[in-house]
Design a protein around this ligand. Sequence first.
Ligand SMILES: O=C(O)c1ccccc1NCC(=O)[C@H](O)[C@H](O)COP(=O)(O)O
Length: 267
Amino acid sequence: MSDVLDRIAAYKREDVAARKAAVSQDAIEARAKKASAPRGFRAALASRFAETGRPALIAEIKKASPSKGLIRADFDPPVLAQAYERGGASCLSVLTDGPSFQGDDAHLTAARAAVALPCLRKDFLVDPWQVAESRALGADCILIIMDMIDDALAAELLAEATRWGMDALIETHDADEMARAAKLVEGRDDALIGVNNRSLRTFEVDLATTEQLAAMSPEGALLVAESGLFTPQDVARVAKAGARALLVGESLMRQADVEAATRALLA
Ligand SMILES: O=C(O)c1ccccc1NCC(=O)[C@H](O)[C@H](O)COP(=O)(O)O
């Protein structure tokens, strides 16, 4: 039986085929060219880390997930984006996948318009066409999930992101994926490598994943610890392992006062 990640990949391929049939490559590129200029996503994380010596926060706008179901009923992306910005986030991550996360492309455009922060389009990319689509929506960074695609497609997505002036967060979860990611960014000085503490196949979360993989992260890459971060102690643990940025969704999304919770997590 296929697991969640395989099911997501399957429906994404169908969805993208339908989107491409409706909007050609030329048409999506014309839209991408009209989008507001990319905001430096990696640069924002690097400069916050350089200023404070502490990991910078990528705060996630996440309504629901396959592992947790509904996370936040009172869900207003621009209001949440502003609370995150006031609370000290350096960047946003906005889920745009509908079937599994109750996300929407409009969440990204509305959140980005409400703040000055760079935004990651948090979605499952299985076709280079989606990179231009992401830029057309205003995204400043895309996500490349190594577990979901082969090396050739990962290289194409990364090249497309670079062509559009966007950053790419390259997500890994085990040693093999980290080795593939390191090869992918060989010779680059702008790598942004994520370690997801959650298995996207079993949903098991373990912060030891960051501790184990950090040492394998290529030199010069900015390391992002993703998922399962709830307390300042969790933050200190992944920082000690070498994380220079954090990607946090659920623990902040569950709080009534998102701005205060963001401040408290970073305190
Ligand atoms: O969150 C899930 O259940 C999930 C399931 C399948 C694929 C991806 C999934 N999440 C994406 C993420 O990586 C997280 O949204 C992100 O790292 C924030 O995690 P958290 O702080 O634990 O909400």
